[in-house]
Design a protein around this ligand. Sequence first.
Ligand SMILES: C[S@@+](CC[C@H](N)C(=O)[O-])C[C@H]1O[C@@H](n2cnc3c(N)ncnc32)[C@H](O)[C@@H]1O
Length: 276
Amino acid sequence: MTSIFDQFEQRETGFDDVDKTSISGAFPEYLERMATDLAAVKRSMHGLLQARPGQRILDVGCGTGVDVLAIAELVSPDGWAVGMDNSQVMVDAARGQAAERGLPAEFTVGDAHELAFPDATFDTARTERVLQHVADPSRVVAELLRVTKPGGRVLAADLDHGMWAPDATDRETTRTVLARWFDYIANPWIARQVPGLFRSAGVEDIQVTVLPVIMTDLEAADAMTGLGRAAKLIAAEGSITAEQAQAWDDDLRSRQADGSFFMCGAMLVTHGRVPA
Ligand SMILES: C[S@@+](CC[C@H](N)C(=O)[O-])C[C@H]1O[C@@H](n2cnc3c(N)ncnc32)[C@H](O)[C@@H]1O
């Protein structure tokens, strides 16, 4: 296995424990690509943090630290942005970028289910595209609250993998592929479940901001979701025929060739306040 994209063929993401995969070194580059494709969505999310100079802000499951560095600019000169991730490979990549930019940011390796920070350490804690991969999302939400100061803000964002909508000619095959494909992700519907998790955890003033993810390039859609290989693998499981899968793939490719490929999805950003 040489590419992150091949990971989709195994019907698993590898994001629950990147360092244990045989291609861990490929993940940072993949996340940087995703950060570029999601740049506008990320900018909107940073606005929702309401970050101010002087604040301490935590990013749980920070990956290569792209958001931590953006947040460090918002809280500098006397604030601090902290990223944590359970992958040493990710944290090494993040530290390298932070050192180059000289920003007030630090990174640590740990498990989101058991954050190694005292209670009420941060003004704000965020997590993005992480809860979809973890074993116990409610535990991670509880930890986000624990390490945030009373009155501080918590934010959890995820793509809702039940909301991807590619245009395609064969609607029936499209419905089958989409219904089955995203089960390779541990918690594909977590984005729509987080508001309930926040409510149960006692978060106040909960709001859900829906940010559109528009994809007009098949290669980019495949990179983000594995769409370009989904039909073939669903056919191998027997839900559609090989002929249907081939026709579906051909349809997507011809849309790509004539410039009409279109898929939209949604980043659901749930945010609120820790009780004072
Ligand atoms: C899809 S990536 C998102 C990274 C980053 N938030 C971003 O938006 O670019 C998921 C990240 O969560 C990390 N992760 C997965 N399970 C974790 C856990 N239990 N504790 C901490 N980090 C975890 C992965 O190593 C990976 O960096």
